[in-house]
Design a protein around this ligand. Structure first.
Ligand code: ZN
Length: 759
């Protein structure tokens, strides 16, 4: 009987001839795949064969995944038929991270020369199994290895602390994509997240701040309203035991954690805890906030003149080194402001003593000294591109991040003999909006672009994507920003350039989302588009969304409840005839939901015009001095100047001081109709017709996007022909005064509001 079985196995294996038309659902796409005929059907009777300790360590990931994703309880043991055989063969001649997978009708043979290679093979196999109990893997042979040695993902927890459980989940996310570095940003202005036993205040003080997630970051304490300090502080940190646990968790998944301890800048939290290592000890509070506003500035750095600073940092690094086996320590080195060094007598004395040219060379002195210290401990230093300013030892690794593709800096670094890890912000800063950095944009990035002198190819050892935490208060936000972008990152870092294929990638991303869903990852789904936040109508209005990408369904509610998979399905445009609040979200095939969009359809009757005898051209204006946090707050102040103007604008510079303006009068419209008013301002503004708030552009804001486009806030109102009372309120905090008001309506294409304003 046994012999018969073996014979049939041989027959089946022979039946697996070549075939090329099967989509292989693995991300990153393997370097080489040859498909055969037929499939291997994996079931509960499949046996996983792993003999050595290293093989067994890896096999557990497979048994656990089959249980979690497929509901299959397979056993480990010894078998020839219906078996998955895992082998580490140090003499196989394969590269360290390479693996070979042969799928026949009878089973899977996975071979590698190292545990990491075997682990990557298992990750491919897990993806091939997908979800559900019916597992059918096409017969094929995969020969796979990574294109780049450094395939990293960064995580910033200084801005918002996410905690141990999430970091482990994040590591799992990296592991399934065959990434091998977690660059952990543990310290910054807004928080210190790692316990340092010698300096307990780093975490007892530096890890906590006021909970002001609803406000923009500010470095300037006196720009804050008084705060109720009895409220619990916001933040957290990792104990050294936590760190060891996380490092071990990552190591089991063949991921190196590279800690980042920022210096000399981005160090406010440390300087608040230990003012003696700053130049003047002015740092009083860990700066609170929850998103990037217009008033953010970088903090002052450690004092480069005091010996104490270096003793402090070396002691900190000693403990960091003892916790992280990584051969690399990242010291940041970016965005170091030099203004306080210019004023500090000790920093200036250091410049003189060391015969340095300026503060840039002082930064270089600082970084070189740390670099030497790390080298004496057997560690290599990594820094952002700024560490090259003023010269740097070539043993340091450089992360170019600025500019369109960061390539000029990468070239400069390579020419100077550095190894380079590409982190261009325009492609690999995953904290950016999905609308401005779509998946295809990221996918088409290449760290070694065509035309790059081949002498420098070897210097570029890999790439990394960053998730900076300023705008991601919760781990759900981190997931949303990161996934499935991480899949694109993985494929850039692993797959041979000529094998990359965007259309094929998109299809595979749809498959891997099934695993994301089971891992409870809050991955991005595009929201329904096409509905303005508010639509004003007088008779009926049409609700019409833009076409959604294939595979997505729009569901909506009209009763203010959150849309769910059970809500009404949007199939085609429909009409409404009364005021309606639409809440809509897109759902993918796995039930993953997009962010909800809210659109108000407001039914109005034409607002009656008023009679204004002796109307004169222009609006009255009232200027207010002082610091306001909202446009309506100027109403409580006394105007310091008044007059009449025919232009609505930030005409009142009021010097560099903060202040506000109120414009008051009438607007005359030429016909009955719906008129749209638009505001662009820095900072907030509001426009009223009578007591009706037409458009609300309040709060700290910029009038232009980073790309230089005007940011407009629109609002509409149904007006009868004639004069209508108009009020515009505006405030400015800090620099950048700007206000523009536009009108659009029957017979008026959008233009600035003037000529038809009266008082
Ligand atoms: Zn100093």
């Amino acid at each position: 009987m046994k012999n018969l079985f073996v014979l049939s196995v041989v027959f089946l294996m022979v039946a697996c001839g070549p075939r090329k038309d099967v989509q292989i659902n693995v991300i990153p796409k393997p370097a080489k795949v040859e498909t055969g005929k037929g499939s291997f059907l994996l079931n509960e009777k499949t046996v996983i064969v792993a003999k050595t300790d290293d093989e067994k360590k890896v096999s557990h990931f497979l048994t656990n995944a089959l249980k979690k994703f497929n509901g299959l309880q397979v056993t480990e043991g010894d078998a020839v038929n219906n078996a998955i055989v895992l082998t580490i063969d140090g003499n196989s001649g394969m590269a360290a991270e390479a693996y070979r997978m042969v799928v026949s009708k009878n089973g899977v043979r996975l071979t590698a020369s190292s545990p990491a290679g075997l682990f990557y093979g298992v990750q491919s196999l897990i993806q091939l199994c997908g979800t559900g109990k019916d597992i059918s893997i096409p017969c094929m042979t995969i020969e796979d290895k990574p294109r780049f040695a450094w395939r990293g993902m960064h995580l910033d927890e200084a801005r918002h602390f996410q905690g141990k459980e999430f970091v482990k989940k994040f590591i799992d996310m990296l592991a399934m994509h065959k990434l091998n570095v977690l660059h952990w940003h543990l310290t910054d202005d807004q928080g210190w997240r790692i316990e340092i036993k010698r300096y307990p205040k780093l975490t007892s003080i530096g890890a906590w701040r006021e909970d002001r997630r609803g406000e923009p970051w500010s470095i300037d304490d006196d720009q804050r309203l008084p705060y109720d300090t009895s409220k619990p502080f916001y933040g957290g940190f990792y104990t050294q035991d936590d760190i060891r646990e996380i490092v071990a968790y990552a190591a089991e998944r063949y991921i190196t954690i590279v800690p980042e301890i920022e210096m000399p800048g981005h160090s406010r939290a440390a300087l608040v805890a230990y003012p003696e290592v700053s130049c003047f000890g002015k740092e009083k509070k860990v700066p609170p906030g929850g998103y990037v506003g217009e008033h953010w500035d970088f903090s002052d750095p450690y004092c480069a003149g005091k010996e104490e600073t270096f003793v402090f940092l070396q002691n900190v690094l000693d403990e960091v080194i003892s916790l992280f086996p990584s051969p690399y320590i990242h010291i940041g080195g970016d965005e170091c402001t030099k203004r306080v060094w210019k004023k500090c007598p000790l920093c200036q004395a250091r410049i003189k003593k060391e015969k340095l040219k300026d503060e840039f060379e002082l930064q270089s002195y600082f970084i070189r000294r740390i670099e030497k210290y790390l080298a004496s401990k057997g560690k290599r230093m990594i820094g952002w591109q700024e560490i090259m300013e003023g010269g740097m030892d070539p043993s340091a690794l450089i992360m170019p991040w600025r500019g369109d593709d960061a390539l000029p800096v990468a070239l400069e670094a390579a020419q100077k003999g550095h190894q380079v890890i590409m982190v261009p912000s325009s492609y690999l800063y995953f904290n950016g909006d999905w609308e401005s950095m779509e998946l295809s944009h990221i996918y088409h990035y290449d760290p070694i672009p065509e035309g790059l002198d081949s002498n420098y190819h070897a210097a570029i050892i890999g790439l990394e994507a960053c998730i900076w935490g300023e705008n991601t208060p919760s781990f759900r936000d981190v997931e949303y920003q990161t996934m499935p972008r991480m899949a694109a990152l993985a494929e850039i870092g692993w797959t041979p350039k000529e094998k990359k294929d965007w259309k094929d990638f998109v299809a595979r991303v749809e498959k891997i989302k099934a695993l994301y869903k089971q891992m409870d990852i809050n991955y991005y789904v595009p929201s329904p588009r096409g509905l303005p936040e508010k639509t004003v109508f007088t008779a009926t209005a049409t609700v019409a969304f833009d076409t959604v990408p294939e595979g997505l369904l729009i569901r909506y509610t009209t009763d203010s409840s959150e849309p769910s998979v059970k809500s009404s399905l949007y199939e085609k445009p429909f009409e409404i005839s009364s005021t309606t609040l639409i809440k809509a979200a897109a759902f993918d095939r796995y039930g993953q939901k997009s962010k909800t969009v809210v659109a108000l359809f407001e039914k109005q009757s034409f607002r009656k015009a008023v009679s204004v005898p002796h109307a004169e051209k222009g609006l009255r204006y009232f200027i207010y001095a002082g610091r306001f946090r909202g446009a309506d707050l100027i109403d409580k102040a006394m105007p310091c100047q008044t007059g009449v103007t025919d232009t609505l604008g930030a005409l009142v510079k009021n010097g560099d001081k903060d202040g506000g303006i109120r414009f008051e009068g009438y607007v005359e419209v030429p016909a009955d109709g719906i008129y749209t008013f638009s505001l662009a301002s820095n900072d907030g503004s509001k426009l009223y017709i009578g007591d009706y708030l037409v458009t609300d552009n309040d709060g700290y804001r910029s009038a232009f996007s980073r790309r230089g486009e005007m940011i407009l806030s629109h609002g509409s109102i149904a007006l009868a022909k004639g004069m209508h009372p108009l009020v515009v309120k505006y405030f400015d905090w800090g620099s950048g005064e700007y206000l523009k008001v536009f009108i659009e309506g029957p017979g008026i294409s959008r233009r600035e509001l003037k000529d038809i304003i009266f008082h």
